[in-house]
Structure formats: structure tokens, C-alpha cells
Design a binder for this molecule. Structure first.
Ligand code: PEP
Length: 262
């Protein structure tokens, strides 16, 4: 097991999605490492596409920046064309893996059962899963935000004891905020994080919700990061578009460390 992931220092993870060749990704990682030398007091992880993992790992060696995969299969090996296993991610230097990203849930048919399997497989393979949960706009408008978060959180954590639960990171990513420029307000994020924490208390055990790190994701950028991080419920951020520029991503990491200073 990769161990308990604490709520503080915050974690800022960059999801590079399907952007950057290996050479481009290495260049971006190099720029970031340089900026992060003036190290913000937060944890940072980079999640490049699979073909770039090795090159980025090379840039992150001897730094405190973590590497993460964007997805994995739950089986350790086998006839699964196009998939990668947690063991493969671990072998290339990953500490984290994103599971259940909404672009996979809604674009590629990944359901709660698959996400739960991936979460368990990640822990088996010594990776820290970043489990994404979040409602669509239709669900929010239909007053179903809490229902969706409860269902997705329960499926991912069902059967975990409190120590295992604390080795998982959750990312609250409202689907309507991802890649849209429409960021959740700090109050909306707080409300959703509290639903997730209450669900963890109920599904895993009293007090567990307060020990699990919950990131916010959805259109975080250098301009809105400080306001979001003024909200103590946020234990970090999962950042897509704004993680593709080193200076912008660095500003977000700096805001996560000291929201008032940016
Ligand atoms: C994401 O990909 O997880 C994400 C939050 O994207 P963006 O920051 O671009 O909305």
C-alpha cells in the first residue's frame, strides 16, 4: 500500500489528458521543476499521457514532484488491448493514478463497478488512486448532486476499513465545470466535499470523512485558485487545461500553499 495520504499539505495534480508528446511533456516537466525549486509548500503531481510517463519520470527523478497515470485496468496483466496495468504504472515511477475521470465515465462508458475495481487494483499495485466523482449539469439542475456523489463515493469505498480509506484521494469534479471555464464557487465545492465526507463517515466509519483528502477539479486557473483555496474544505486541486503551462500551474500550486499570498 502506498500509505495514508494526508489532507495537508495540499496536493495539486496536473491532468495533461491527451496533450503533449514525450519530448513536449519532458520539456514542460523540466520548466515546472525549475519553477518549483522555489518550492511552494504543497505536494505536486504530474499526470502525462502514457507514452510520456518515462520521459517525465526522467525529469522528476531527484525532485519531490510525483508522477501519476491517467487511467489503469484492474487486471494485473492479460489480453486487454490498449490497456495498461497498475504494475506497469508503478514500474515507470508512478505514485498516483486517476480513476473514474468524468471524461472516461461519460465519454467511454466507465461505470461505478469499473471505477471501484480500478480503485482496489490501484491499492493492490501500490498506487494512490485519485478517484473522481461529480454530477452533470442535468443532475445538479435536477437537485440530484448529493444523490450522485453518495452513489459514486459509496461504490468506490464500499468494504474499505478506515486505514484503507485514508490511502485514497478523492477529486470532486463537477462535470459541468470540467474544461468549460465555469468554475464551482468555493461554497458549491464546500457543500459537495461535505456530502462526500458524510458519505465516508457512513460507509466506512465515523470520523473517516475528515481524514480523507478531497481535491476540487473543474476550470481551476491562476485567477480563481486563491479564492478556491481560501476554502479549507479543499485539500488540493486536480487541474486540466491550466496545468499545460508551467507558469500558470506554478501559480496554482503557490496558491494552494498560501492562498492569501497570491
Ligand atoms: C480535469 O481534467 O480533471 C479538469 C479539471 O480539467 P479542467 O481543469 O480543464 O477543467
Amino acid at each position: 500500500m502506498s500509505g495514508v495520504w494526508p489532507r495537508w499539505p495540499r496536493l495539486v495534480a496536473g491532468n495533461w489528458k491527451m496533450h503533449k508528446t514525450a519530448a513536449e511533456a519532458a520539456g514542460l516537466a523540466r520548466e515546472l521543476v525549475e519553477l518549483l525549486r522555489a518550492r511552494p509548500a504543497c505536494e505536486v503531481a504530474l499526470c502525462p499521457p502514457f507514452p510520456a510517463l518515462e520521459a517525465v519520470h526522467g525529469e522528476l527523478r531527484d525532485t519531490t514532484v510525483h508522477l501519476g497515470g491517467q487511467n489503469m485496468h484492474w487486471e494485473p496483466q492479460g489480453a486487454f488491448t490498449g490497456e495498461v496495468s497498475g504494475g506497469m504504472l508503478r514500474a515507470v515511477g508512478c505514485r498516483f493514478v486517476i480513476v473514474g475521470h468524468s471524461e472516461r465515465r461519460h465519454g467511454l462508458g466507465e461505470d461505478d463497478v469499473m471505477v471501484a475495481r480500478k480503485c482496489r487494483a490501484a491499492l493492490r499495485d501500490d498506487l494512490t488512486p485519485i478517484v473522481c466523482v461529480g454530477e452533470t449539469l442535468e443532475e445538479r439542475d435536477g437537485d440530484r448532486m448529493a444523490e450522485v456523489l453518495v452513489r459514486q463515493t459509496q461504490a468506490a469505498f464500499d468494504g474499505f476499513d478506515s486505514v484503507t480509506a485514508s490511502t485514497v484521494v478523492v477529486a470532486y469534479e463537477p462535470v459541468w465545470a470540467i474544461g468549460t471555464g465555469r468554475v464551482a464557487t468555493p461554497e458549491q465545492a464546500r457543500e459537495a466535499h461535505r456530502v462526500i465526507r458524510a458519505t465516508l463517515d457512513r460507509v466506512v466509519g465515523a470520523g473517516v470523512g475528515n481524514r480523507v483528502a478531497i481535491l476540487y477539479g473543474g476550470s481551476v486557473n491562476a485567477d480563481n485558485a486563491a479564492a478556491l483555496f481560501a476554502e479549507e474544505e479543499l485539500d488540493g486541486a486536480l487541474v486540466g487545461g491550466a496545468s499545460l503551462q508551467a507558469a500558470t500551474f506554478w501559480k496554482i500550486a503557490a496558491a494552494a500553499a498560501h492562498p492569501a499570498a497570491v
